[in-house]
Every structure is written in structure tokens, then in C-alpha cells.
Design a binder for this molecule. Structure first.
Ligand SMILES: O=P(O)(O)OC[C@H]1O[C@H](OP(=O)(O)OP(=O)(O)O)[C@H](O)[C@@H]1O
Ligand SMILES: Nc1nc2[nH]cnc2c(=O)[nH]1
Length: 185
């Protein structure tokens, strides 16, 4: 997407930082410890949801020291916008056979939860033995797709604002921002 560079810089510079990288790394370590307690003996398959899950996955993987495989999928319902469609668009499905596997979905954010629920259902339909979810951020509000919906593993909670950084985009940009930021205005 071609967007006015001045606009992008203004959005970044006026955003409010909710978490810095030290806080993110501490949260990732807590998730890694919890995942280790559950998966130490079961050779799970970790599936990263592209694009947003890439930073979380990258920081998490090297903190896990049990046997695991990784793959990725690309499913989206936001396509460069800041509000989502109800329909999930599947761009890439996992390349590894999920039958009988303990699958863990890694994503940047649980917002309404439509995306994760659809992915979990798709993995179960492909015969996964178990499907768990891990997200870097859980956005706190009362619009979850199911009341009380939570990921199995959560890094941090964040307020109900549009967020970017650590994999999350602002109109396709700033996934590279170091930390988690709330767009102001
Ligand atoms: O809980 P929900 O309200 O369904 O939203 C969460 C999803 O939205 C974002 O993906 P997006 O569709 O923007 O694609 P991206 O990963 O390429 O940013 C994010 O990465 C999650 O997958
Ligand atoms: N970048 C980004 N993607 C999202 N997908 C669902 N909620 C959000 C959000 O707050 N920020």
C-alpha cells in the first residue's frame, strides 16, 4: 500500500507506548515457561499466523528448548484496514499434515477473536489431536466473539485502542515498531 510518509511518521510519533521491548521480552519469557510446562514431552507443531505473528514467533521460538516443529499459515480479516470484516480470507494454509498433532497457533493479537476461532476450527477439521492458542496481546473489551474468550497463553493485556508494533500493523506499516503502541486520535 502506498501511504503518505509524513502521515505514517506522524502516527508513529504521536502514538502512546503501552509496552517497551523489555516488557515484551519478559512477557514472552512467561509464555515460553508456560508452554514448556505443557509441551515439554509432546513434540508440538507451532503454527505462526502471518503476517502479524512473525515478531512474537521469532522472539518466542528461541526461548523454547523442547523438540518442536514450525510452520505458518496466512489468514486475515483486516487486509490493511483498521476495522475487520467478518469473513476470514485464507491466503496460505499450513503445509504440514496436522493429523494427530498437538498444534499451537501463534498470533500477535486476540481482539474480537474471529480470526483465532476460525483457525482453531480449521486445524481441528484437519485432524489435529489438540489445538491451543498463544497471543502476544489480548485486547480487553466486551466485544469478544464468545463471552470470556481467552487464548491458552497470553503475553500482555492491552486497552481497547487500535494497536501497532511487534508485528501489528498500522495500515500495513509499523509492524517493525519496537514495543506496543496505541494510535492516538
Ligand atoms: O481477533 P480479531 O478481531 O479477529 O483480530 C485479530 C487478527 O487481526 C490481525 O490480523 P490481520 O487480519 O490484520 O492480518 P495481519 O496478520 O496480516 O495483520 C491479527 O494478526 C490477528 O490475526
Ligand atoms: N494492527 C492491529 N491489528 C489488529 N487486528 C485486530 N485488532 C488489531 C489492532 O488493534 N491492531
Amino acid at each position: 500500500m502506498s501511504l503518505d510518509r509524513e502521515h505514517l511518521l506522524r502516527v508513529r510519533d504521536s502514538a502512546r507506548q503501552l509496552y517497551d521491548m523489555a516488557q515484551i521480552d519478559a512477557a514472552v519469557t512467561r509464555v515460553a515457561d508456560a508452554m514448556t510446562a505443557r509441551y515439554n514431552d509432546s513434540n508440538p507443531l507451532l503454527l505462526t499466523v502471518m503476517n502479524g505473528g512473525v515478531v512474537f514467533a521469532g522472539r518466542l521460538l528461541t526461548e523454547l528448548s523442547f523438540p518442536l516443529e514450525i510452520d505458518y499459515l496466512h489468514a486475515t480479516r483486516y487486509t490493511g484496514e483498521t476495522s475487520g470484516n467478518d469473513e476470514i480470507q485464507w491466503i496460505v494454509t499450513p503445509g504440514i499434515n496436522l493429523a494427530g498433532r498437538d498444534v499451537v497457533i501463534l498470533d500477535d493479537i486476540l481482539d474480537v477473536g474471529t480470526t483465532l476461532l476460525a483457525i482453531v476450527e480449521a486445524c481441528k477439521a484437519q485432524g489435529a489431536a489438540s489445538v491451543a492458542t498463544a497471543v502476544l496481546v489480548d485486547k480487553v473489551h466486551d466485544r469478544k466473539a464468545q463471552p470470556g474468550l481467552k487464548a491458552d497463553f497470553t503475553g500482555v493485556e492491552a486497552e481497547d485502542a487500535y494497536l501497532f508494533g511487534c508485528g501489528m500493523d498500522y495500515k500495513g506499516f509499523w509492524r517493525n515498531a519496537p514495543g506496543i503502541y496505541a494510535v492516538e486520535g
